[in-house]
Design a protein around this ligand. Sequence first.
Ligand SMILES: [Zn+2]
Length: 459
Amino acid sequence: MAKYKPVRSGFTSYSLYKLPQIVPFLIVLVVAATADDSDFRSSNSWRSHPSKKLTKPVVLLISSDGFRFGYQFKTETPNIDLLIARGTEAQTGLIPVFPTMTFPNHYSIATGLYPAYHGIIMNKFTDPITGEFFNRNLDPKWWLGEPLWETAVNQGLKAATVFWPGSDVLKGSWTCPKGFCKTPYNVSVPLEERVDTILSYFDLPKSEIPDFMTLYFDEPDLQGHQYGPDDPRITQAVAKVDKMMGRVIKGLKKRNVFGDVHVILLGDHGMVTNCDKKVIYIDDLADWIKVPADWIQAYFPVLAMNPRWGKDVKNPGEKNAELVAKMNEALSSGKVENGEFLQVYLKEKLPKRLHYSESSRIPPIIGMVGEGLMVKQNRTNAQECFGNHGYDNMFFSMRSIFIGHGPRFRRGKKVPSFENVQIYNVVAEILGLRPAPNNGSSLFTRSILLPFGETWEVE
Ligand SMILES: [Zn+2]
């Protein structure tokens, strides 16, 4: 989550401002479910097991923060392997959205929206228009779109969250109910306790078992930031996550529901090494253009700039374009150390595949930083080695995992990699929910899920 120091208390900053939502909400694709939802759910398409406890679809969505695709090969992971063998896996990983940061990605998974549309454009950012600072605030005005827990509750289902960025924001009919919504986020809650909270929901009377649940592990992200992706402590953290998955599986089996629960294990992004000698210094551009530090909101993995031209400048857009041109001239001159690994854009000129322009919260100038490179103002900063993410989602190192296990997922199936904005529709389809407008494709669910009525006997 955090860049240098993992945030120990997290989610602690609250905004006191009250301003209208300003991000234009573009609906790219509306997925229409024509059937009445209640009919949808109660139809005999769901194979009920009279001898088993669950007679309804249940989804347990688990995130392992910073679980880079390939970590599962670092060590023995028997429990993750079991889910892969008996479930459906994104063969070469789950593609995060840009920027490949924790908050934007968890909220894209929950809403099916790209960050420009759900409003959480970075973990921390300053709104260029209002000047307000977002730092994991819980004020609902920041959190646009409709997350799965809200969709579920809106349509009469029950949801429970054992942490997830955004899950403790009160939105619509989602009240973050006591006992079913862990808040505030607290990194010191042991992973075992988180798993056991989820398992305890399966001890409730049938009708009170939540239909949709989230579970969040902050590993291996914490170790990844401190030591980079190739370190024995990452291997240990991966083993720990696998052990937690073993606890989930064992607990569900004990309650005779493992085969009936849709367990989705995924991560929000990957991780790459940052190290000394891989730095671009802004002050090295001074012969071409002077860029003051207070124009820069974030240096890397995304360079975010909001130049302050002053009142005398009539056309700041023109000045921004000149600045971008000068910076790129310097960077491509061959005279700036590592300059070839930074490309600066007016946000509306960013590659379309990034979906990163349609929000007034996104600052006017964005620099795309090469994989593993850092950007700093000058050489006075101490150099070090650690790990980070947030880079272009095209980089393989930013990919995470996706495994789906349960009645609607085919056994031993591999699917091509896909973007995490598809997951909202997948969960909605399993639960028989009418999805809110989102950036996913309604056709995608057909490629990954068995149709109703053809559910797979997992056990
Ligand atoms: Zn992180």
